[in-house]
Design a protein around this ligand. Structure first.
Ligand code: UDX
Length: 452
């Protein structure tokens, strides 16, 4: 680090970032860190010992690991909210002690901490920052529409709108066009207590943090953001997609298999279907077999991520050995993890079969790649609906996984006129989003942080 830069960082101060320890949350937080670092702030990532970020990917940051007693936890999508609530209980004291030491150290080194930026799910951080007399900013890593729909669920139940049908109801939700009841993160009567607590906890920050940074932008969600701003007493800064502003860097917890890029280099432009269900979703063996044969029968080349542990049968390889490998030959490439942003930017990729995690959705939009949406849980259903109905850049695969449906949907997206129109709309949206990230929110945010 040259002396001039070090001097500049000292003048802007140090920011402490607190990510939720999951891939879909670590990525946007580190991207935000990179952006703010490039604007002259020093960065410390204060993280759990569970699922730590890979510090060698960001040599210019300081990483501080905090004991959390979480390391033996096995997480499934069903236990996710329970786990988030556990993190918030277990991390508060050790993080507070650690932050207090950092404040002390900062004073000794004459490098003040300007503020704490925390993932909305690490909501204990707000009280911790307050305790050591630091301002805090919340980072929201899901879409603004997800935020609105989560909040609406409590109202909908109180008003008697939620039925026992829940996740199958096609009816539109009053006031949440174009969401149907089946698209809500929770859609049945009898909302689990843990979900109610989750909403209450992440919403507390609406009034007590100094600002909200949102990984979205006006082009994608202006009306929703305006509605939220009306209810929020502090400024909202929709500076996403963060990966589009941040200098390119990986924050993968799983090793990326770059051989898939060599395979993509051999494929025809816009011909490949890229398939990935993110870092948490899993499928059973019947779904795996239907997906495999739907892909094979479509005759489209495909790149498929099958993450370790993402199929409920550890011997899934044997299931695919039954004729599938011969049927596909060189037309398919299966890997455990890809450099996803590079994959989506590759000219050979013409469609993305995604679970619609918010990062994957934003990454696809940023590369103008139309989607096949197969949401698995929570916010993914809301995102899928926006992709297919609002931005009209994808098809929603709604039925249970069936190889015939899959084959038809792939052909609709990759071959038919309908798919070509979606690709054009996706390219147009990409351009508009690209232009919007150059907007003024980032400068305003930096001014705010410097004013603390
Ligand atoms: C989780 C939730 O499941 C999701 O609904 C929420 O919106 C964010 O947190 P996850 O399921 O992992 O995230 O999905 P997503 O948000 O898409 O994040 C996955 C990240 O992993 C993306 O940034 C993607 O680029 C990266 N990835 C995925 C890879 O780098 N390589 C892969 O092979 C697959």
């Amino acid at each position: 680090m040259d002396a001039g830069k070090e001097e500049q960082w000292r003048s802007h101060g140090r920011l402490v970032l607190i990510p939720l320890p999951f891939q879909g949350h670590i990525n946007p937080m580190l991207q935000l860190g990179s952006i703010l670092h490039s604007k002259g702030f020093a960065i410390t990532v204060l993280h759990t010992a569970f699922n730590p970020p890979i510090s060698s990917d960001y040599p210019e940051f300081r990483f501080v690991s905090t004991p959390d007693n979480l390391s033996n936890q096995v997480i499934s999508t069903d236990s996710l909210l329970y786990f988030i609530s556990l993190i918030n209980v277990k991390c508060r004291v050790p993080f507070q002690e650690c932050l207090a030491r950092m404040v002390e150290q900062g004073r000794e080194e004459k490098e003040e901490i300007a503020c704490v930026i925390y993932d909305e799910c690490m909501h204990f951080s707000e009280a911790v920052a307050e305790h050591v007399k630091l301002p805090s900013i919340v980072l929201r890593t899901t879409s603004a529409s997800t935020y609105i729909s989560r909040n609406a669920i409590v109202r909908l139940e109180a008003e008697g709108f939620l039925t026992s049908q829940g996740s199958t109801s096609q009816e539109l939700v009053p006031g949440l066009h174009p969401l149907r009841f089946k698209d809500l993160p929770v859609s049945k009567i009898g909302i689990p207590e843990i979900f109610l607590r989750f909403i209450t906890d992440i919403n507390k920050t609406r009034t007590s943090s100094s600002a909200v940074i949102w990984n979205t932008n006006d082009v994608l969600e202006l009306p929703t953001l305006q509605e939220i701003q009306k209810q929020c007493h502090v400024g909202i800064f929709p500076i996403g997609p963060l990966h589009g502003v941040a200098p390119a860097s990986s924050s993968s917890l799983i090793k990326e298999d770059k051989s898939c890029i060599t395979w993509l280099n051999k494929q025809v432009e816009n011909s490949v279907v890229y398939v990935s269900l993110g870092s948490l979703a899993s499928i059973d063996k019947e779904e795996l077999v239907e997906m495999a044969w739907g892909l094979a029968n479509s005759n489209q080349p495909f790149l498929w991520v099958i993450r370790p542990g993402s199929v409920d049968d550890l011997e899934w390889n044997k299931l695919l050995a039954q004729g599938f490998t011969e049927a596909v030959g060189e037309n398919g490439c299966i890997v455990e993890w890809t450099p996803q942003k590079e994959v989506l930017a590759h000219g050979a990729v013409g469609g993305f079969w995604t679970h619609c995690g918010w990062n994957s959705t934003l990454e696809s939009i940023s590369e103008g790649v139309p989607m096949i949406c197969k949401p698995c849980f929570g916010d993914q259903r809301v995102n899928a609906r926006y992709v297919s109905q609002v931005w009209k850049i994808g098809l929603h695969l709604e039925n249970i996984c069936d190889r015939g449906d899959i084959e038809k949907t792939i052909k609709r997206l990759m071959v038919d006129e309908e798919g070509k129109e979606m690709r054009q709309r996706a390219k147009y949206l990409k351009e508009r989003v690209e232009l919007s990230v150059r907007g003024g929110y980032l400068n305003e945010l930096i001014e705010l942080i410097r004013s603390f």
